[in-house]
Design a protein around this ligand. Structure first.
Ligand code: ZN
Length: 93
C-alpha cells in the first residue's frame, strides 16, 4: 500500500494538503477527481479547488498515514511546497 499527499493549488480553509492511503494511487486519484473519493476532495471539487499528486510513499502503512495526517507540517513532506519556498527565499536580481 502507498501513502500519498495531494497538494491543493489553493487552500481549503486552512488546509493545503490531503493525505491518503491506497494500493493504486493513480486509480484512487481518478476517484478523487470524479468526486467518488474522499469527502475532502469532494469539497475541493465543489469549490473549484484543483489539486495534484505531490508525493507517494511506497510500501507505507496506516500508521505512517496517521502520522502524516496528525503532523501539522505536511508541507515539509511536500516537494511542491518545498519548491515554492525555495523560490520565495531566492534573492532578487
Ligand atoms: Zn504542498
Amino acid at each position: 500500500m502507498s501513502v500519498y499527499i495531494l497538494h491543493l493549488d489553493s487552500p481549503l480553509k486552512h488546509a493545503r494538503h490531503y493525505v491518503g492511503f491506497a494500493s493504486k494511487v493513480n486509480r484512487r486519484l481518478e476517484h478523487h477527481r470524479s468526486g467518488s473519493g474522499a469527502r475532502f476532495t469532494q469539497v475541493c471539487n465543489e469549490n473549484g479547488i484543483t489539486y495534484q499528486l505531490a508525493r507517494v510513499f511506497e510500501q507505507a502503512d496506516r500508521a505512517f498515514e496517521r502520522k502524516l495526517k496528525n503532523c501539522k507540517h505536511t508541507a515539509r513532506y511536500c516537494p511542491i511546497c518545498a519548491g515554492e519556498k525555495a523560490r520565495a527565499y531566492k534573492p532578487k536580481g
